[in-house]
Design a protein around this ligand. Structure first.
Ligand code: ZN
Length: 401
């Protein structure tokens, strides 16, 4: 048993200041206010042994927040999730050290047989559950059914019209672990794939789309429930043609936002957060996250990272971000969001989107002990995943592309 004592604890019902969280057998078993002096010896990394043999960890001066749930990850720490199963696991481990205890792995457009292979890697890691490399909760197909006009950094040669047969093949390859598919609702066949996705229990997300407001609104009415990185990779919001972003906000669906200070202006973050439950912070991180500026290969294309911005060398298009979720949360708070709102957007809301709210995304009794300790400046000091403290992974330098 571990007792985490003295931190300001962010719970679904407000902040306990200070609070106390008990962890047993990988689960949170008790959450409440700290009453009276901390029982047993406290202090230091190892804490002390309290009554009943509990390890008491003194977290005075820290915040305790739920482990983050990232719906959109392509890589990190020098590892691209599509390079190999080992790189996939290493990228997930990199993000876990930054507080992301559940990861949905995003796959960019590629030949169908290649996507099927990558989906099988994700399926294997998902089936393994929480382990030394992290906790993968499934796959997000970001393609191949995307609008060429809004492809961003997606490889145009692998985009194709939505096709039910291809989708069925990919669902089978994922062996039940394909959770989200991003598609452009205006493309012919998008309705049929959305219908097939709903039938297969896969979330249909609108993204990389040139849809008008009406076309996107039809997609949401047909059952699309998520907008992939709102504002990015879509027709811009105009007051007379609000496009997919206007349709998503109007429909009240969950909206991913890349809060790196580059992809979206902080004012729009605040506007989306005016309805806090719909905001889902994602990193859309690429392999360059955590390795600094340099020249890299992403999906076979040269990508240049300068001042933390990843752009295609050929076109200058933004090619994902170098965010980690802890930084996305810090930026959200710097932009004026309450920490509770930012934490909900990084953990609670994405867990709800995935149907995992009964397992993770909040600090509440009965949920998995996925916890992040933040210092007063909201920097990660420790991460607990399924009741175990997580080691920091090593990052390796990656060769110039
Ligand atoms: Zn992406």
């Amino acid at each position: 048993m571990i007792v985490l004592a003295g931190a300001r604890v962010v719970t679904p019902h407000g902040v306990l200041d200070p609070g106390r969280v008990r962890v047993e057998n990988g689960l949170i078993t008790e959450v409440g206010p700290e009453v009276g002096p901390t029982a047993g010896p406290v202090g230091g990394e190892a804490g002390g042994a309290g009554a009943g043999g509990a390890d008491i960890v003194d977290l005075a001066g820290s915040w305790l927040v739920p482990g983050f749930v990232d719906l959109h990850v392509h890589g990190g720490g020098g590892h691209d999730v599509t390079a190999s199963p080992a790189d996939l696991a290493a990228a997930v481990a990199f993000h876990r050290a930054h507080g992301t205890t559940r990861t949905l792995v995003s796959l960019v457009a590629a030949p169908v047989e290649r996507l099927a292979e990558q989906l099988s890697w994700v399926a294997a890691l998902t089936a393994a559950g929480p382990g030394p490399d992290g906790h993968v909760v499934g796959a997000h197909l970001e393609g191949p059914f995307l609008a060429p006009a809004r492809r961003g950094a997606q490889p145009g040669e692998h985009l194709r019209a939505p096709d039910r047969g291809v989708f069925a093949e990919l669902v089978a390859a994922g062996a039940g672990t394909l959770r989200v598919i991003t598609l452009a609702p205006e493309l012919p066949g998008a309705g049929a794939v959305t219908e097939a996705a709903l039938a297969a229990g896969v979330i249909a997300a609108a993204g990389h789309t040139d849809a008008t407001y009406d076309e996107a609104a039809s997609g949401f009415a047909a059952g699309m429930t998520l907008a992939t990185h709102l504002f990015n990779g879509m027709r811009p919001l105009h007051h007379r043609e609000p496009g997919p972003a206007g349709a998503a906000l109007d429909a009240g669906v969950a909206c991913e936002l890349i809060n790196d200070g580059v992809h979206v202006h902080p004012a729009l973050l605040r506007l989306v957060a005016a309805e806090p439950a719909r905001l889902v912070l994602v990193t859309d991180a690429v392999d360059a996250a955590g390795v600094g500026d340099g020249d890299y290969l992403l999906g076979g294309h040269p990508v240049r990272v300068r001042d933390g911005q990843a752009r295609l060398a050929a076109t200058g298009a933004l090619a994902g971000s170098t965010l980690t979720m802890d930084l996305a949360v810090r930026r959200a708070v710097a932009a004026g969001l309450a920490l509770e709102v930012a934490v909900a957007a990084a953990a609670t809301n994405p867990a709800r989107v995935l149907g995992l709210a009964h397992r993770c995304g909040s600090i509440a009794p009965g949920l998995d002990a996925d916890l992040v300790v933040l210092d007063a400046d909201l920097r990660v000091t420790r991460v607990m995943a399924a009741g175990r403290w997580v080691p920091a992974p090593a990052t390796r330098p990656i060769a110039a592309g």
